[in-house]
Write a protein that binds this ligand. Structure first.
Ligand SMILES: [Zn+2]
Length: 412
């Protein structure tokens, strides 16, 4: 049987020693009782951080710690209370215990890390705690991570909306395009929604510091930005405009689907994804499928080409070149009788300034899209994201860990 001293060394809780243990081989449980080492006598008020030499009372708390081999481990720890002149009678601060929940900090860290690559249900099975507890631990883990890190300045922001479904409808997502992470979520997509972000999350100085915003051509967002961020250039970015181009292709597809007879319906059916995918991203087999469809339906072909060529608008870096390209693009619409594209062209002309602002700002492309995709994949995978704070932290952590990987790759 190992001695208390050896248990102390294996447990490795800084400042604490094991003075009693109990091993149950039947139930595979290990219980350890710990108290402060002789040299560790300074008590700290958990309210204000003031130091004390004396405790006013001592009690025992049981917390789950990391397992020892197959043994589930519970540590019983002596926790003191101090009489603080500012806070009253308060429990001491114990760095090993992050909160009131019955888990040690490193147990919570292990659960939080596991949640980065597995669902709450899988993690729950692995650690032997309910899934709801796993989610609560994960949330605390993320909150601690968020508190400890420096928030990068917001100079280029992205504003996007995510469609949640029939009842909740929309989520407005504000992101920092430079740090490539979401910053804030708001329900719905009204001007008031975005107003809240500017009003509650930023100081006047921070609002003045925003140089550019990538947004959809959605008037409420524009109005809010103009009101709150006086130095901000509005950019209607490629991602959002191409979303509109994709919807236009889809509208043409649906119209053709209904207009033509059964034969055409059979052909167009199930081709939605193909039509929304860029040609360079399609395999040879898929290209042939599309070509066969285009041979039969010229309208659909034209719509697809228009979408593909609009994409090249952002190859131009000078206003004059961009305008020329856009005018030529719009000229191609004549005699085509493609209503959805005529509507899109009008929309682009109405928002021309914001489209051309791309030449002055050059925000990083694909960031809004990537953040949007991460959030959607989180929503698809997990339950428990009714809590928007949890969803936000999770998406931020996702963005941050990806960045870390990128930095490592660059360094290698
Ligand atoms: Zn205090």
């Amino acid at each position: 049987m190992p001695t208390d001293n050896e248990f102390t060394r294996i447990l490795d809780w800084p400042g604490y020693r094991v003075y009693r243990q109990e091993i149950d081989e039947q139930s595979k449980t290990l219980k350890l009782w710990v108290r402060r080492k002789r040299g560790n006598r300074k008590l700290e008020c958990s309210g204000c951080g003031r130091k004390f030499a004396e405790a006013c009372d001592v009690s025992e708390r049981a917390v789950r710690d990391l397992p020892w081999s197959a043994f589930r481990t519970t540590v019983f720890i002596e926790v003191c209370r101090v009489k603080c002149p500012d806070c009253g009678v308060r429990v001491e601060k114990v760095p090993l215990l992050p909160g009131k929940a019955p888990f040690s900090k490193r147990f919570e860290d292990a659960v939080g890390q596991a949640c980065e690559s597995a669902s709450a249900r899988q993690v729950a099975r692995r650690f032997g705690v309910p899934a709801s507890t796993v989610r609560a631990i994960d949330l605390r883990y993320l909150e601690r991570w968020s508190e400890a890190r420096r928030q990068p300045a917001l100079r280029q922001m992205g504003v996007d909306e995510i469609h949640l479904g029939k009842t909740e409808k929309f989520l407005t997502v504000v992101s920092n395009l430079e740090s490539r992470e979401p910053l804030w979520f708001g329900r719905e997509r009204k001007k008031e929604t975005l107003d809240q972000f500017f009003e509650k999350e930023l100081s006047a100085r921070q609002r003045r510091g925003i140089a550019a915003a990538c947004v959809d051509m959605w008037a409420p967002f524009r109005l809010s930005i103009q009101q709150w961020a006086p130095n901000c250039l509005i950019v209607y970015d490629k991602f959002h405009i191409m979303q509109h181009a994709n919807s236009a292709v889809d509208e043409v597809r649906r119209a053709e689907f209904f207009r033509k007879g059964m034969r055409m319906r059979g052909l167009v059916k199930g081709k939605r994804w193909l039509l929304l995918t860029r040609w360079i991203n399609l395999s040879n087999a898929k290209r042939q499928e599309l070509s066969a469809l285009f041979a039969l339906n010229r309208k659909l072909f034209k719509a697809y080409l228009l979408k593909e060529s609009l994409d090249r608008l952002w190859n131009y870096r000078y206003e004059g070149a961009m305008i020329r390209y856009l005018r030529n693009w719009i000229d191609q619409l004549r005699w085509q009788r493609l209503r959805p594209f005529q509507k899109l062209a009008q929309m682009l002309l109405d928002h021309l300034d914001g489209i051309l602002n791309y030449c002055h700002v050059k925000p990083p492309l694909g960031v809004v899209e990537a953040i949007n995709g991460n959030i959607k994949s989180l929503l698809r995978r997990g339950r428990g994201y009714k809590n928007l704070r949890y969803l936000l932290l999770k998406a931020q952590r996702m963005a941050a860990t990806r960045t870390e990987i990128l930095i490592l790759e660059k360094a290698a």
